[in-house]
Design a protein around this ligand. Structure first.
Ligand SMILES: [Zn+2]
Length: 247
């Protein structure tokens, strides 16, 4: 049996009273578990197992799926749940992490955990760079961080003017032929990349970048993310449709 701290990604009804839950676990990474009788009135863990909840659980390894034994609520993130944009952002990050998460998991879990607490407590802070920032962090902790300081081919720091999703980072003029689909990128965006990679989350509001460049930056990092994910999780699709419009 493993005691684990988890964030709930999604849950499905299973048979009469059970649930199947997908979790991002601090100890195990992406986990699917069966929760027998979760919808029984005497147990009633339905709220515990809603997407986003931070829970402590006991997990028993089964043949194809874990069995969830005990479940204790740590945080329900009620403030995030009261705002559709924040809810979409938070649940899409969990879905991305669930899809992409390879071991080790601790740093990724710790980032998600801090991010949800930040979203829950800072109701009024600007979130315009938040998606880009969190996508880059998840890519980083999963080992897919794009090269944002030097040309991804020749390692030169000068004459950077393109971004290659295929090669995974910025490209200089001399190496442009290595990817005919490389995207042309403005200098202001090239300058923001390394800052975004190193500052803590509460500091992102201090970064100044125009609306046009912000949109372009988001498009670039989003393309990189989708390339790595291979398919778009439902909440990310919804977030894109409803909220990720050009500024
Ligand atoms: Zn180069």
């Amino acid at each position: 049996m493993i005691e684990s701290e988890c964030l709930v990604v999604r849950s499905y009804d299973f048979r009469e009273t059970s649930l199947i839950v997908d979790l991002v676990s601090k100890e195990l990474g992406s986990v699917r578990a069966l929760v027998k009788g979760a919808r029984n009135p005497e147990k009633n863990w339905t709220a515990h197992l809603l997407p986003l909840s931070h829970i402590k659980v006991s997990l028993y390894p089964g043949k194809n799926i874990y069995l969830l034994g005990n479940c204790e609520m740590v945080n329900f993130f009620s403030s995030i749940r009261g705002n559709l944009y924040r809810l979409c952002l938070a649940t899409s990050l969990l879905e991305i992490a669930y899809l992409i998460s390879p071991p080790p998991h601790q740093e990724l879990f710790s980032f998600l955990f801090k991010t949800l607490y930040f979203l829950d407590r800072n109701n009024n802070s600007s979130l315009s760079l938040f998606p880009v920032y969190s996508w880059l962090k998840i890519l980083h902790f999963s080992g897919f961080h794009p090269e944002l300081k030097k040309c991804v081919v020749c390692r030169k720091e000068e004459d950077i003017s393109l971004y290659s999703v295929k090669l995974g980072g910025i490209l200089c003029e001399q190496c442009r032929e290595r990817d005919q689909y490389a995207i042309r990128v403005d200098k202001q965006i090239i300058g923001v990349f390394p800052i975004l990679s190193r500052i803590p989350l509460p500091e992102i509001k201090k970064i100044y970048i125009s609306g046009r460049h912000k949109t372009r930056l988001r498009q670039i990092v989003y393309s990189h993310l989708l390339y790595r994910l291979e398919h778009k999780p439902p909440t990310l699709r919804f977030l894109e449709k409803m909220f990720l419009r050009d500024e």
